[in-house]
Design a protein around this ligand. Sequence first.
Ligand code: HEM
Length: 120
Amino acid sequence: MFIGTAVIYVIVGMIGGIMMGAKQDFTLAPAHAHLNLIGWVSLALMGFYYNANPAKAASRLALIQFWVSTIGLWIMIPGLVLTLKGLPPGERIVILGSLITLIGMVLFAVSIFRPVPSTR
Ligand code: HEM
């Protein structure tokens, strides 16, 4: 799920990058950067971690963490786009999305550091 969604985000991010270059309008560059770096790089890294640690991947925490990180990104990026376009509600949305994204990363840290659930 992590890697499958991450590759979709990077395709959308790359198309956005090409469109920015074609139009020579770089207003949305930070949204492009965050979609690629959180949506692609961070989520794919999480996916590789869970692939290497199947016991952790099978836990309920991993599923919760996936959705918290995903929902955070889905709120943060549109909020960032609105903010960069100067639309005031964007700032509140980007703050909310950022905090949810942070919670997602804290849950990932918990997932890493907590003991592996026993399979016996
Ligand atoms: C087809 C692929 C891509 C294209 C065409 C593209 C295009 C662009 C363009 C036009 C800019 C704005 C440059 C400027 O402001 O002068 C940019 C910025 C950036 N891109 Fe990409 N990009 C691509 C893929 C990626 C990927 C895969 C990542 C990260 C994993 C990435 C990360 C960034 C970052 C960090 C910035 C700087 C944003 C800022 O200055 O606020 N890009 N890209």
